[in-house]
Design a protein around this ligand. Structure first.
Ligand SMILES: *Cc1c(COP(=O)(O)O)cnc(C)c1O
Length: 395
């Protein structure tokens, strides 16, 4: 791994954890299903290019992103795999979708016409994946709108209906999967309509991570794997549902890929009764040793963790004191001996036998791990810790 001695803060990605997570999903879906790594949101904050490298090396077949720029970033980095664009592409940029041979989500007639036009003018075919509305009421189309789109597509030979998919509204927030099953029913009916209109998509897909784990029926020819590849359960409910269906051993096998570290920039002692940080929201009750860490909310450490969370230093918990600033936080190391400037603190991840999971930070911040991870600053350097390296060996 690259030398981190010159860095204030960085992110490490464990290759062995990533490989293990992906292999759990590969076992779930079997060898023939297209396992598509969802790397939107800078790969949920992990680093899109770094994760794409791990995904390609360890058995993912393709990628899903939100925006055209993300797809182009993958091509620029040398990835030749299929990339599905899950989000809208402005019509004037549809030529770039054709040129990159990306797969485009389709949920409206106008985009279909513009995309076909762009494909025709380049003498190529445009590949589309129809987004079918089944009860999430986000992007997607059903009812009469689906009929109109299918009619339009019938007259657009420059487009290939390669895929058709839907997305679940309520699979991770509950252990009751009736709503998801109802969506699956509607998906099957919508697929019938697609087939009756003369299209035969070879990639039908519905499953995200949670569905792949707990809703076996949702696995068609392709699975869109997001949070699970990074070693996180979609939710506590997903873990519980999975545990109900599987041997408990299976629940051991997701390991968080990411560790976020920072180097202490100052250590100092303040007297009892001193106020700490903006707004004087914390007052010491004894002479207190504070360590200052050069990270804050502009790096993705939520301000709502003020006076609420802890980081790990020397494998022990150091509570956050006072407000989280834009680029700094203050932590209490009074009870941790020998803390020195440039020692390494862990903000998310494991140090010694202590762990601060992203889920814990999310609890402190009143949100979910997805938001914490996706919010990690793009400027933070990201390094893959290869399998051959001794993990946690450096610091
Ligand atoms: C983000 C996203 C996924 C991945 O969901 P996870 O819960 O992270 O696995 C799958 N499909 C669509 C359409 C998405 O937007």
């Amino acid at each position: 791994m690259d030398d981190t001695r010159g860095l204030n803060s960085w992110i490490e990605l464990s290759e062995s954890a990533y490989r293990q997570n992906l292999s759990l999903f590969r076992r779930r879906v079997g060898p023939k299903v297209e396992l598509s790594a969802v790397v939107k949101g800078n790969a949920y904050g992990h680093g899109a290019v770094q994760i794409a490298g791990l995904a390609a090396a360890h058995g993912a077949d393709s990628f899903c992103v939100h925006a055209l720029e993300e797809a182009q970033q993958l091509r620029d980095a040398g990835f030749q795999q299929d990339v599905l664009l899950l989000g809208h592409v402005p019509r004037r940029r549809l030529g770039d979708v054709v040129a990159g041979d990306f797969r485009l989500v389709l949920f409206d007639v106008e985009t279909a016409r513009s995309f076909a036009e762009a494909a025709r003018s380049q003498g190529r075919r445009g590949r589309v994946h129809l987004k079918l509305e089944t009860g999430t009421h986000r992007q997607g189309l059903g009812g009469e709108d689906l009929g109109a789109l299918l009619d339009t597509l019938g007259g657009l030979p420059d487009l290939e209906v390669e895929g058709a998919y839907t997305h679940f509204a309520n699979v991770e927030d509950t252990t009751d999967h009736r709503y998801a099953h109802a969506q699956l029913e509607r998906f099957r009916s919508a697929l019938d309509r697609v087939r009756e209109a003369g299209f035969a998509p070879t990639r039908r897909h519905a499953a995200c991570s949670a569905a792949a784990l707990v809703l076996g029926d949702s696995i068609f020819e392709m699975v869109r794997l997001g949070i699970g590849q990074y070693g996180h359960w979609s939710s506590k409910e997903t873990l519980l549902s999975f545990r109900d269906r599987q041997d408990v051993e299976g629940t051991q096998s997701l390991r968080p890929v990411l560790t976020w570290k920072a180097r202490i920039s100052q250590v100092k002692t303040v007297p009892a009764d001193a106020f700490v940080g903006y707004g004087c929201t914390y007052q010491t009750t004894r002479p207190t040793r504070l360590a200052i860490l050069p990270v804050g909310y502009s790096d993705g450490y939520p301000r709502s963790v003020s006076n609420a969370g802890h980081v790990l230093i020397h494998g022990r918990r150091a509570p956050v004191r006072g407000r989280v600033c834009m680029n700094l936080i203050l932590v209490d190391v009074t009870d941790i001996p020998g803390v020195a400037v440039e020692d390494v603190a862990v903000l998310i991840g494991t140090q010694g036998d202590q762990e601060v999971p992203a889920e814990r930070v999310a609890d402190w911040a009143g949100t979910i791990q997805y938001e914490i991870l996706a919010g990690l600053g793009r400027h933070l350097p990201r390094f893959v810790v290869p399998e051959t390296a001794v993990e946690g060996g450096s610091e």
